[in-house]
Write a protein that binds this ligand. Structure first.
Ligand code: ME8
Length: 506
């Protein structure tokens, strides 16, 4: 049986339409999912939508719709975008689905019955956009310390989760599992936060109704984060002991933005501890995108719409840019100029040009029928070694979610291929019939190196890979075996690749 791998994205709020920030996490999860499939794993890849809470309720009122009408409308935009972006999720959970509501009610009741949820009273400062209560001391200038918007004083009867009880257990877990929270700088922030002390957490609201009712006390709805985080298990069928739950929980990695790390690395694990369920193996918080140097926001009207980028540049250019431009885990800046630069230099010049040049030569010198290579010389062996070592290097990078570094390793092989053509000069070899064997070997090495490059790139640039493998006469289905040198067979028919990426003016 294949080994199992489970990766998730956050479930996105439906009060906002999708932008490049959402696309970023989802593309990263997709690349990981595709890579793991390539390496022989059975992958469960979950994304979805977060549809309850005051924020969605307020947006629906403003739009003159019911919250569910709003959700039905906006969720289609997310799903359509994921399709365009080539996202290979295996499930899509909506928090308004029965399977989810049932699971949330169950875990809430379970923790209540175990004594770690109790009824009390709450009075504190509340930030509606963030759906978060803050103490007086946490406020910055009487505003929300996260988003800097005004907060309001709220007092309500509330159910509380005994989070304080789990402070020590959580700290011990974080310390015993260095990979649990990544990257490291973020892990340290969470350790300090937990050491400052965990307060019990309000996990119900009575000031609005758009949510999952507390079982047995329906004037309360369950706190939207308690509801939302549980999606990662309800999608697997929790609380039923389904085969999916048995196979995929605990999750291998929750991919999230740094804005929601505390919810995933403090709240969620302590809820799970209280319910007696295993904790996620890893929570990875990536960095934040700004746009042309500014925070992306509706009021600045600088929200970057992924559909527009796909129309303008093509889907794989967007996928490539997002993962190549900024090391995962760090903040980055989106600009059209930087994107066009990557497109022209990395994709059009390096990757695309190498393939069209070499396939054109195979057609010209061998009628497109790949010849048998003769014995490899030192320079052939060097290209082979570089290619083979790249496969191992990429694997290590993917374990660390170092997407940009993985792409760099792949591009080193592409550069080596470009250099190899120039040094071996097939056009000179072609002039002398006596050098035909040598020409055959050079063409073989060149194309074989690129076949492996494109197979591994299938995780990143699936649409491009399909075209490239087709011109190399190789099947578009890829698995781990195709990453070995020697997969390209003599006699294969190669045809000239069209420009994979047309250059664009800056
Ligand atoms: O927080 N740069 O949903 P959300 C990078 N529903 N990533 C960004 C980004 C930016 N500028 N803006 C958004 C929620 N993101 C909750 C999650 S999970 C149980 C519930 C990405 O719609 C990033 O992944 O506000 C961030 O964590 C997520 O969108 C927040 O999406």
């Amino acid at each position: 049986m294949k080994p199992a791998f489970y990766v998730t994205t956050p479930i996105y709020y439906v009060n906002d339409v999708p932008h490049i920030g959402h696309a970023y996490t989802t593309v990263a999860a997709d690349v990981l999912a595709r890579y793991k499939r390539l390496m022989g794993y059975e992958v469960c890849f979950l994304t979805g939508s977060d549809e309850h809470g005051q924020k969605v309720e307020k947006a629906a009122i403003t739009a003159g719709e019911t919250p569910l009408e709003l959700a039905d409308r906006v969720v289609k935009r997310f799903q359509a975008l994921w399709e365009r972006l080539g996202i290979s999720n295996t499930d899509f959970i909506r928090t308004t689905q029965e399977r989810h509501k049932k699971g949330v009610a169950h875990i809430f009741t379970d923790i209540l019955e175990k004594g770690d949820i109790y009824l009390g009273e709450y009075e504190d400062w509340y930030c509606t956009p963030c759906e978060t209560f803050w103490t007086e001391t946490q406020l910055s200038d009487n505003r929300c310390p996260d988003c800097n918007r005004p907060v309001e004083k709220l007092k309500e009867e509330s159910y509380f989760f005994r989070m304080s009880k789990y402070q020590q257990a959580l700290l011990e877990h974080i310390e015993a599992n260095p990979d649990f929270i990544q990257p490291k700088s973020k892990r340290n922030e969470i350790i300090s936060f937990v050491k400052e002390g965990l307060r019990d957490l309000s996990v119900s609201r009575t000031t609005f109704t758009w949510g999952i009712p507390v079982p047995g006390n329906e004037k309360h709805v369950i706190y939207v984060w308690f509801d939302a985080l549980t999606n990662y298990v309800t999608a697997l069928g929790y609380p039923d002991a389904t085969p999916e739950y048995g196979r995929f929980w605990p999750v291998d990695v929750h991919l999230i933005g740094k804005d929601i790390l505390r919810f995933h690395s403090v709240y969620w694990p302590t809820f799970l501890m209280a319910a007696g369920l295993p904790l996620p193996k890893k929570v990875y918080a990536h960095g934040w995108w700004t746009v042309e140097g500014q925070k992306m926001s509706k009021s600045l009207q600088n929200v970057v719409e992924p559909n527009m980028l796909i129309d303008k540049y093509g889907v794989d250019v967007v996928r490539y840019f997002l993962l190549r431009e900024v090391p995962f885990g760090l903040d980055g800046d989106f600009s059209h100029a930087a994107l066009v630069q990557r497109l022209n230099s990395d994709l059009a010049n390096d990757l695309g040009n190498l393939l069209s040049r070499s396939t054109a030569m195979a057609v010209k010198y061998f009628n497109g029928v790949l010849p048998e290579p003769a014995e490899l010389t030192e320079s052939d062996l060097a290209l082979k070694k570089k290619t083979v070592e790249m496969v191992t290097a990429v694997d290590a990078c993917m374990d660390d979610l170092a997407f940009s570094k993985a792409l760099q390793a792949i591009w080193d092989v592409i550069s080596a291929g470009n250099k190899y053509i120039d040094e071996q000069a097939p056009w000179t070899l072609a002039k002398d019939q006596a050098l035909n064997d040598r020409l055959a070997t050079v063409m073989y090495c060149l194309l074989e190196s690129q076949r492996i490059v494109h197979c591994i790139l299938s995780a990143f640039l699936p649409a491009t890979t399909e075209k490239a493998l087709c011109s190399l006469g190789c099947p578009k289905e890829v698995d781990q075996a195709v990453l070995a040198w020697g997969g390209l067979k003599a006699g294969t028919t190669v045809c000239k690749a069209e420009a994979l990426f047309p250059r664009m003016e800056g």
